[in-house]
Design a binder for this molecule. Structure first.
Ligand code: DWN
Length: 414
């Protein structure tokens, strides 16, 4: 077991063992492609309360990366709103904006081209998607040397974004220190992380996969942030991945001042976390109980429908969906295929289950009896865009936050 990724304590305990699973974004190009499985278990640091993977992340997680930020209209709109609301008020012509883990450049493409934009992302296969958007692409994971090179060659960044990145590394403190180097004295880090409060209250244990090394509460994140020379000036809850925190950080002035004059929004969120007992080990252990309950209920429902001769597909091929399907051992005997709008996933097979992934147009052609909603965090957008499919008789099934067959009246009310 690793030492705590945030505070380096050795006092970690395993909460929930999901078995050995392939990396959730390791889609297969063919059925005879070998795949490697790695232990997937959630641990809890009794010293600082950070939930995290028990084991080191597998290697090369972001090589030949198939997830695209801009793979759906709903996602593209989200990032356009983010750029307008969070970035635009902080930048002016000539400023530098750096997106750490900027993926296909969807966020940076929303920023006025008069602003210098750099995407620092180890997924080298996404370079061309950035360059065609006029975004400079550095195919590396950010480290201290790279941060110093960037500052030497471009100067400090006015804004650094790090969305769904700070949880995606075995060394978050080193990453935060490198980001602090990029910011200089005047810059702002805007970071989004999935919020542990949502993970626990919604019981969305499918968010546990190898890319997600850390599962942050503010209570477990803030001490690490301060130790890296940054402070939290504001935090807001945003509807990404169910619920995420959008954090606004700047260079640390004084730890004492931070705690004595804590921003109101931060204090309120910490209070919500205290009310949810996020620092209690037994609360986190509930995730395992919920996962086994979901497994039983979902497999029994799908098996019953299958025995009735129903045709069932998966809607979306998200990484989280692969955790769910692999943990519940739901494969091609239950789901005929998964649909996904990501062109880089179409024609591939889901890791572990090897379920084929097809273009969503297949739904219109076939109108399956049921669609298991794997991309549950896009539920409203998906149910709205699939009204015609539902009118033709397809019923959506959810597994998160609970196992449920959505009847049309239910959908109308959504
Ligand atoms: O943290 C991460 C998040 C930000 O993105 C990464 N580790 C990997 C990835 O996780 P994910 O794959 O679970 O993310 P999404 O955004 O929940 O994936 C949704 C999937 O569903 C995408 O592959 C696109 C697809 N989709 C679709 O087929 N039709 C999405 C919508 C909205 C749709 O209408």
């Amino acid at each position: 077991m690793m030492a705590c990724r945030a505070c380096a304590s050795a006092d970690l305990t395993t909460l929930f063992n999901l078995g050995i699973q392939p990396p959730a974004n390791a889609y297969l190009a063919s059925l005879d492609e070998p795949e490697v499985r790695y232990p997937l278990a959630l641990a809890f640091c009794r010293a600082c309360g950070l939930a995290q993977l028990r084991d080191p992340q597998p290697p090369a997680l972001y090589r030949n990366y198939r997830y695209l930020t801009g793979a759906s209209a709903a996602a593209r709109q989200y990032w356009a709103d983010y750029a307008e609301q969070a970035i635009a008020p902080r930048v002016a012509g000539g400023d530098l904006v750096i997106d750490i883990g900027g993926n296909d450049g969807t966020l940076l493409a929303q920023i006025n081209p008069g602003i210098r934009r750099i995407n620092v992302d180890p997924a080298a296969n996404l370079a061309e998607m950035n360059e065609t958007k006029g975004i400079e692409f550095v195919p590396q994971a950010l480290d201290q040397d790279l941060a110093e090179d960037i500052v030497e060659n471009y100067g400090p960044a006015r804004v650094v974004c790090a969305n769904n990145v700070l949880a995606h590394t075995d060394a978050p403190a080193a990453l935060l220190r490198a980001i602090a180097t990029l910011l200089g004295e005047e810059g702002t880090l805007i970071a989004e992380v999935h919020w542990a409060h949502h993970l626990i209250t919604a019981g969305c244990w499918d968010q546990i996969y190898h890319e997600h090394a850390c599962y942050y509460s503010l209570g477990s994140f803030i001490p690490m942030l301060l130790a890296c020379g940054l402070q939290l000036d504001h935090a807001q809850v945003v509807p990404s991945q169910g619920q995420s925190l959008r954090l606004f950080c700047t260079v640390l002035k004084s730890i004492q001042d931070f705690y004595c004059d804590m921003p109101t929004a931060v204090a309120r969120l910490l209070e919500q976390e205290r009310a949810a007992d996020l620092d209690r080990e037994d609360i986190w252990q509930e995730l395992a109980t919920q996962a086994y309950a979901t497994q039983i209920e979902l497999v029994n429902l799908l098996t019953k429908l299958k025995h009735q001769g129903k045709r069932i597909v998966g809607y979306g091929a998200p990484a989280k969906g692969n955790t769910l399907l692999n943990f519940c051992h739901i494969g091609t005997s239950i789901l005929d295929y998964l649909t996904d709008t990501t062109h880089m996933k179409q024609g591939l097979y889901a890791p572990g289950t090897r379920i084929p992934i097809v273009h969503p147009a297949r739904l219109k052609q076939e109108s399956p009896d049921y669609a298991l909603l794997l991309a549950w965090n896009h539920r409203e957008a998906i149910l709205a865009q699939e009204r015609a499919l539902i009118a033709r008789g397809t019923r959506f099934i959810t597994a998160m936050p609970k196992v449920e067959v959505l009847e049309p009246a239910h959908v109308e009310a959504a």
